[in-house]
Design a protein around this ligand. Structure first.
Ligand code: SAH
Length: 352
């Protein structure tokens, strides 16, 4: 990746374009469509980090590309590693910063991408929403998080194979850019990450769920539920006031029917807020008839927040009640806490 980005570039961002759109742009300037295919290959398969590296293109054409497009759109500032987790800090063309996380377990290489700078969610237990929303990311800024991590893995003979929209931001609040990024990432001419291996996580933006259910691709949906009823949910998730639980669940049920995908309900366990046996029972009644999995996430500490992680036996008890009630559960074994890369710990530097 080049060391400096052209900050005030009016150029289109290359990684915001699908292959068909790039072909269209080539046509507009009188260049044959196969050139677009070559550029795509250089970017997504051969790991080129600048137009200059695309050596089978003429110098003249490379200069033309440089004039037309911005590439790259993000720059790696820092990486932090812990056991199976690497956190990447990126700088965007306007100097703003975002983070992504690579989780390596067994033969899985999962990238957790950010979709916004900051987050409009302001959930009581999450670091990402502390600043509120600063701005949404462009498609290229999302795609390139995967691109550059994939390149790093490629050097070790590995590839990104799973993708989760669970970094900073609310993906369905940046709907168009997120959907376009899925199209590019899923394209057989780029990473070709299968739709089954892509998960969008949402706080519950109802109209976004209905729209996503009607796209011509089917990705997995995770709902950040975190409470068995509207009154607890309203206390910890400000968006719950705008989107009542009942309406969210109707949208999610329709998503499951139209896409034939089981839904994941994420449930961050917060001591003395949503982690009691009564709440577990209530959650069983709420989800009993649904084909779903509840992903239990013990709260990861965030500085300045007074919320606490429940003790281990309380977590097990909660899980046992769900299992006895016939609900599938997974327990998200917390990764990357020591480098603040676990769920809810991604945040902007204090200076933002
Ligand atoms: N805005 C989207 C994407 C964020 S995904 C959403 O709300 O789904 C990150 C997941 O981690 C969400 O389920 C979020 O609620 C959860 N989370 C946030 N802060 C957390 C924390 N401190 N500990 C554990 N999980 C947390």
């Amino acid at each position: 990746m080049s060391e400096t980005l052209n900050f005030k570039s009016p150029r289109e961002q290359l990684c915001s374009l699908t292959l068909d759109e790039l072909k269209e742009r080539m046509k507009q300037v009188g260049v044959p469509a196969f050139r677009a295919q070559q550029v795509f290959e250089w970017v997504y398969l051969k790991g080129a980090v600048s137009f200059d590296a695309m050596t089978n293109l003429s110098k003249e054409f490379r200069v033309r590309l440089e004039e037309m497009f911005q590439f790259p759109a993000i720059r790696l500032i820092q990486t932090q590693e812990s056991d199976e987790t690497t956190k990447f800090l990126w700088e965007l063309s306007d100097g703003k910063r975002i983070e992504s996380v690579l989780i390596q377990s067994f033969d899985r290489r999962t990238v957790c991408v950010s979709s916004q700078v900051g987050c409009p969610g302001r959930c009581a237990f999450c670091a990402s929403g502390k600043t509120g929303l600063i701005r949404s990311l462009s498609t290229a800024e999302i795609v390139e998080q995967v691109l550059h991590i994939d390149r790093i893995l490629h050097e070790k003979g590995e590839r990104v194979c799973h993708l989760v929209y669970m970094g900073m931001g609310e993906p369905l609040d940046n709907y168009d850019a997120v959907v376009q990024s899925i199209r590019i990432i899923n394209d057989e001419n780029s990473f070709h990450i299968s739709q089954r291996r892509i998960t969008v996580s949402t706080v519950g933006i109802v109209e976004g769920i209905y729209r996503l259910a009607r796209e011509d691709f089917k990705v997995n949906l995770a709902l950040s539920l975190h409470a068995p009823n509207q009154s607890i949910r309203k206390m910890i998730i400000p968006f719950a006031k705008k989107y009542p639980l009942e309406e969210i669940l109707m949208a999610v049920d329709e998503y499951a029917i139209l896409t034939k995908r089981d839904i994941t309900y994420e449930y961050t366990l917060l001591a003395d807020i949503n982690d009691g046996p009564m709440q577990a029972e209530e959650l069983v009644s709420l989800l009993r008839k649904k084909q779903c999995t509840v992903n239990l996430i013990p709260y990861n500490p965030v500085e300045y927040l007074r919320v606490k992680r429940p003790k281990g036996d309380r977590i097990t008890r909660f899980r046992d009640i769900l299992n006895d009630g016939g609900i599938n559960t997974t327990w998200r074994y917390t990764k990357g806490q020591d480098i603040a890369a676990a769920c809810g710990q991604l945040a902007l530097p204090v200076t933002e």
